[in-house]
Design a protein around this ligand. Structure first.
Ligand code: ZN
Length: 398
């Protein structure tokens, strides 16, 4: 499985200038190629092939007015063409219906003003992580990296980006194959709530750390400010940069915070169930939703890829179920409860419930039920009833 490992870069001033030049050259290579294809299309000529674009790029470098393209690694330019080719392939696949999902727009010209600038170095560009822990980028230099965690293997490529807040990142593609963890009978349901970030069916509650909550509050304010500013005004530009910076901070804080709880859940459980966020989001206001849902979907996608990585089962319950209204002990629907009600007693069986833990238990049960339906009644029974496991055989039907 291929994963991306991202780190912040601290390029020296001269390296920043070299990177800016490289972003610019990649952009020109991309835009020239796009213009060539568009011109051919407008003239009724055949589609310009990938190899032809590559040949024209080599030609352009020999011409005086494009000679400066030679100042950057040729791999960076070739990768810009590869990006364009991939964008075209996606577009064609979408038009012809080969690719499902939302329609893909045709490739657009890249602009100096785009929020995100990027260049990619593949292995044959000879980029290298040096002994002194710097990242050697051809024709850029040895750039300082903030190694927040170790790379698990030798990367096959690295993408260097500059975000809207002016920060640089290196994103390495690495092959990871940890293989499945030892099997366990434990399963877990997770309720994503407003009170706590996440609540597990065993009663564990995960709170968002204060630094993240503060960053999210700041982001909400910045978004509100931005939406109030007149389009085209200089104040709007300032507000945009501020919002972009707040966004970047929240994204970083989330990455740091989500890793630990998602790894823990996947290590300790064979299957994990979450509610579909589109269902979850129905009840909330727009602004609260945008910030919270982004956090949850980032967390849920970590759970999903880690489940895949370690041979665990990831389930998303798709239907709307009143998980906070049903008693997880006896299954009786007790009726809606305002958010202020944190604890309630089931009128039917007398069980006392923490609102969120009860919801998580219902989600876990839903996950089990859906898994059972999906495999035609064959499912492992809950832990308490599980008979001794026989190697290779299916467990008895529930
Ligand atoms: Zn009950």
């Amino acid at each position: 499985m291929q994963l991306r490992y991202s780190y912040r870069l601290d390029p020296a001033p001269a390296q920043c200038a070299a990177l800016a030049r490289a972003f610019g050259c990649a952009r020109v290579a991309f835009n020239d190629a796009l213009a060539a294809r568009q011109a051919a299309h407008a003239a009724g000529e055949p589609y310009v092939r990938d190899a032809e674009l590559s040949r024209r790029l080599t030609q352009a470098k020999a011409a005086p007015e494009r000679a400066w393209l030679g100042e950057v690694s040729s791999v960076v330019l070739q990768q810009a063409l590869a990006d364009l080719n991939a964008a075209y392939r996606n577009f064609f696949a979408s038009v012809t219906g080969k690719r499902k999902g939302p329609k893909v727009a045709p490739p657009r010209f890249r602009s100096r003003k785009d929020c995100r600038q990027a260049i990619r170095f593949t292995a044959n560009s000879k980029f290298k992580v040096l002994e002194n822990r710097r990242l050697r980028l051809p024709k850029i230099g040895d750039v300082k990296v903030r190694w927040s965690r170790a790379l698990p293997s030798v990367p096959s490529s690295v993408t260097v980006t500059r975000d809207a807040a002016g920060r640089f990142f290196a994103s390495f593609v690495v092959e990871v194959s940890p293989g499945p963890l030892p099997e366990t009978d434990a399963e877990c349901g997770i309720d994503l709530g407003l009170g706590h970030f996440a609540v597990m069916d065993d009663g564990t509650k995960v709170a968002a750390p204060r630094f993240l909550r503060r960053a999210e509050k700041k982001l909400k304010r910045a978004q509100k400010d931005l939406s109030r500013k007149q389009k085209g005004g200089s104040n709007r530009e300032k507000a945009r940069v501020k919002a972009a910076r707040a966004h970047a901070h929240v994204a970083d804080a989330r990455r740091d915070f989500h890793h630990k709880p998602s790894t823990k859940v996947i290590r300790e459980n064979q299957a994990v169930t979450v509610e579909d966020l589109s269902v979850k989001g129905l009840a909330r206001t727009r602004l609260a939703k945008s910030v919270h849902d982004a956090g949850w979907s980032a967390f849920v996608s970590k759970l999903e890829y880690k489940a895949k990585l370690y041979g665990r089962e990831f389930r998303r319950t798709g239907r709307f179920e009143p998980t906070s209204q049903v008693c997880s002990a006896c299954g009786v629907k007790d009726g809606p409860k305002p958010l202020s009600v944190r604890e309630w007693t089931c009128a039917a069986c007398g069980a006392v419930h923490d609102r969120d833990v009860n919801a998580a238990k219902n989600i876990a049960a839903l996950g089990r039920r859906e898994a059972r339906n999906a495999c035609g009644g064959q499912v492992r029974p809950p832990l308490a009833m599980a008979p001794a496991r026989e190697a290779g055989s299916h467990r008895g039907a529930a």
